[in-house]
Design a protein. Structure first.
Length: 468
């Protein structure tokens, strides 16, 4: 019997096909593994689930549904029924190695991270663990001994990181969505460079239990998918308070009601001198997006003070906050030292030491001050901050020339989001043509106060509608 055609792995397309009986979860799994086998970039994955295991999971879904007393041809499918997904290899999936792209660190957990388990319980089919910058340290995607995933639009270019394999897997149509992480832009940058959507939720609203931390006070579990609607569907499955997570929030702050698109939403953008770092193509595209926010969506551009955002951005690698990486991997470093690390990661770790408690508390107090100042800007000046998701798109060769400097440049508009306790969604917002004639993706990030996830996604959907 011929394998049915499955043109799209989007959640709506798969759900519609299942409901119409056009294909089964088993046939979707076979199509996914055929695509993975055919895809030339093998650095996307660190560990794939065996095809037979994924097929067995698909069969189990069908059997459970057929045996359920409430199931019928007219009853709704579970929210993620038969939807294939990947997990960044810094998040635990039971019986699969968690490596963080460091073979000497690897261990095999006996329990699946709660956020991933919610997806499995909702019918998702786990496909594999995706590659990443080692120890989730980097925004380039070029720091893994398992290879360097390449941009889906042109293999000469970086994929972005640290969630490199996660974004490429979605952008290449190998999975429907990815569960990833974001500490300083690790979802937003690779999502932008591969033309997909990346949600950085409000801190503490998705369980981080089972996530090996990079910077525990700023880490969050994220979702990457092809559209804002799909990201939102997965987010509604995974969110929720988890008392095992010591940073989980029972509630988020209450802010004034969201005006709604077309009702005078106030937006701000970084000042001209800060935007000067953009490449010419990115500068042009960002200018077009900003113009369209007013002319096409009715948003109102407002002046505001960018200084607290910039000062917080500068803190990530210029303060004692970076020492959290040493805390997270203290046991590993004590046992193995730094010798087995990727050379660039080793240099970063070596430069992260030497901060004393006095400096740490000074930095904590300074950051809290920036948070309050940012809160005032959102109260008095803007409802949303709109930024380019990154500043340019480097080739792999360019990144290898100056790996630390250019990696830092990629985070010009990302680091402060986590440190200031904000939520954000990156959305595709146009394309530019490179020297080879390939259309390359460009993206913008919409940033709001903690708890504004729904509102940022609502606006992100509108932005995509007028820029794609």
């Amino acid at each position: 019997m011929a394998q049915p055609t499955i043109p799209s792995l989007s959640i709506p397309a798969l759900r519609s096909g299942y409901e119409q009986g056009l294909f089964t979860p088993r046939e979707v799994v076979n199509a996914v593994y055929d695509r993975i086998d055919a895809y030339p970039d093998k650095a996307v994955w660190i560990t794939l689930a065996p095809r037979a295991r994924a097929l067995a999971d698909a069969e189990r879904l069908v059997q459970l549904r057929s045996q359920s007393p409430s199931s019928s041809s007219s009853s709704p499918l579970p929210p993620l029924y038969g939807i294939p997904f990947s997990v960044k290899d810094s998040i635990d999936v039971a019986h699969y190695p968690t490596t963080l792209a460091c073979p000497s660190f690897a261990y095999t957990p006996g329990r699946t991270a709660p956020a991933v388990q919610k997806i499995l319980d909702a019918g998702g089919i786990f496909v594999g663990k995706a590659n990443l910058d080692q120890f989730a340290t980097g925004l380039s995607g070029c720091r893994s001994p398992y290879g360097t995933p390449r941009c889906v639009a042109d293999g000469d270019y970086v994929s972005g990181g640290s969630s490199s394999g996660s974004a490429v897997g979605v952008g290449a149509g190998l999975v429907s969505f990815a569960v990833a992480t974001d500490t300083a832009g690790s979802t937003r940058v690779p999502a932008a460079l591969n033309g997909v959507v990346g949600l950085k939720p409000t801190l503490g609203t998705v369980s981080t239990v089972g996530l090996v931390p990079a910077c525990r006070t700023a880490d969050c579990v994220t979702v990457i998918a092809g559209s804002v609607g799909e990201v939102g569907e997965v987010w509604r499955v995974v969110r929720g308070f988890d008392e095992e997570d010591v940073y989980a929030r029972r509630t988020v702050p209450g802010w004034k009601p969201w005006p709604g698109v077309g009702r005078g939403i106030r937006f701000g953008v970084p000042p001209r001198e800060v935007l000067g770092v953009l490449s010419p193509e990115y500068g042009r595209l960002f200018g077009e997006v900003v113009d369209g926010l007013g002319t096409k969506l009715g948003l109102v551009k407002r002046e505001f003070e960018y200084a607290p955002f910039q000062k917080a951005n500068d803190m990530l690698y210029g303060s004692s906050i970076v020492a959290q990486r040493l805390v997270a991997f203290d046991d590993y470093i004590a046992a193995h030292g730094l010798e087995k690390l990727h050379p660039v990661v080793r240099d970063i770790f070596a430069a992260s030491s030497g901060f004393d408690a006095v400096r740490a508390y000074k930095d904590i107090f300074a950051l809290q001050g920036y948070r309050r100042e940012a809160e005032k800007q959102f109260r008095d000046g803007i409802d949303v901050l709109v930024v380019p998701s990154t500043v340019t798109h480097f080739t792999v060769a360019e990144m290898e020339e100056r790996p630390i400097e250019r990696n830092k440049t990629l985070g010009t508009f990302t680091h402060f989001v986590n440190l200031l306790d904000l939520c954000a969604v990156q959305v595709p917002a146009g394309t530019w043509k490179n020297a080879k004639g390939n259309l390359m993706p460009f993206g913008v990030t919409l940033i709001g106060q903690a708890g504004r996830d729904e509102e940022m996604m609502e606006l992100g959907r509108e932005v995509m509608g007028v820029t794609q």
